[in-house]
Design a protein around this ligand. Structure first.
Ligand code: EPU
Length: 339
């Protein structure tokens, strides 16, 4: 039986360093411990809240139920010619595994370097950066159905991936605990540097463009723009980039011809929320202990020991201001717990 603790501070377990207390807390290191913890929760009729790296959550208050720190760690791989299918346990750290795969000569993850968090959570929001998203590499995942206790395998179609979205944020929300994910990597590098900021950084480098160089450049760009959560607590992008119909975008372009935008497959237009927030004059805004980051307006920071309520009040101010100025509604990206 894993150790189940009562009234545990979750401040060290969320990258925004928000204060919140879990009614019950348990770290699980293998499937036996995970099933035992689930049985404990069932016997007491407790909600079960799985926690990954804590880098994409907002704790608005204390959490009733059993918070499970999923610390499953194993790695296995199968080689089929140049294809390498790697299965990562949910509790493995994302960036450590990106580096490990690069070292092995298994390529594909380099554009996703330095993303905080763990492997399991990566699938929930279909993490993406610098022209690649998890879905591009995804084969399958396994998850425990909290209701039946069964282990279920989900292939890519079953995960219903979208931009920062998946089944696990919609119909499957709160139902599953992801235990591992399998990705398809390749021993032959396929360089993807189309993302403008990445292309610009690569253009400044001499010599051959290798996956290792791409990874190093992504780390460099991220470090320059995004605050390190260990130094300035944050949850990365706090809002999704909004996707709006073409007609609405056309009206905005008339007013703001220099607004960056990305055309979607269906013709809709994705706008960078960071640009919208910056053009509302909110970049670097400080509201007591919380604020909008100086270098990337999409990131809210908790630099002075603020609370979830203070952070969410700032998020509402940002949303209302952007709505009034651009008639575009921003959606909060991290999962909010403990209302
Ligand atoms: N921009 C501004 N002001 C800002 C921020 C951005 O004008 O304060 C402009 C930039 O100049 C650029 C455009 O907005 O023209 C896009 O900026 P950036 O390349 O920084 O990317 P993003 O759209 O702001 C998204 C992801 C990031 C990811 C980057 C790179 C979302 C919600 N965010 O940000 O993800 O790293 O693209 O691919 O899609 C994260 O999820 O935590 C995260 C950092």
């Amino acid at each position: 039986m894993p150790t189940i603790l009562e009234k545990v501070s979750l401040q060290p377990y969320n990258s925004l360093a928000l204060p919140a207390v879990a009614e019950y807390f348990c770290a699980v290191h293998n499937l036996a411990e995970l099933f035992a913890a689930l049985e404990f929760a069932r016997s007491k009729d407790l909600a079960v809240i799985p926690l990954g790296g804590g880098s994409n959550i907002v704790l608005a208050g204390d959490i009733a139920g059993l918070v499970l720190s999923v610390e499953l760690k194993t790695l296995s791989h199968r080689v089929f010619g140049k294809l390498v299918e790697v299965t990562f346990a949910a509790g493995e750290n994302w960036h450590d595994q990106v580096l490990h795969c690069l070292q092995q000569g298994w390529y594909g993850l380099e554009n996703l370097s330095l993303i905080p968090g763990n492997m399991g959570a990566a699938a929930i929001q279909n993490i993406g950066a610098y022209g690649v998203e998890l879905a591009d590499l995804f084969v399958s995942l396994r998850a425990i159905d909290k209701q039946s206790g069964e282990i279920i395998t989900f292939d890519k179609a079953a995960c219903e991936f979208g931009y920062r979205d998946s089944l696990f944020k919609n119909a499957g929300r709160d139902r599953y605990i992801i235990i591992d994910i399998t990705l398809a990597l390749s021993t032959e590098p396929e360089i993807n540097v189309q993302y403008p900021a990445l292309q610009a950084a690569i253009d400044e480098q001499a010599g051959k463009i290798t996956p290792q160089l791409v990874s190093a450049m992504v780390c460099q760009i991220r470090s320059a723009k995004l605050p390190d959560p260990k130094i300035i607590p944050n949850a990365g992008s706090f809002f999704k980039n909004p996707i709006i119909p073409q007609a609405q975008a056309a009206a905005l372009f008339q007013q703001y011809p220099n607004m960056p935008s990305y055309v979607q497959i269906n013709g809709d237009i994705k706008l960078p929320a960071g640009w919208l927030i910056e053009h509302c004059g909110l970049k670097g805004a400080v509201r007591g202990p919380v604020g909008v980051h100086q270098q990337q307006a999409l990131v809210l920071v908790n630099s002075g020991g603020g609370s979830g309520a203070q952070l969410l009040a700032l998020a509402e101010e940002v949303r209302a201001t952007v709505l009034e100025r651009f008639a575009v509604l921003l959606e909060i990206e991290p999962r909010v717990y403990g209302y």
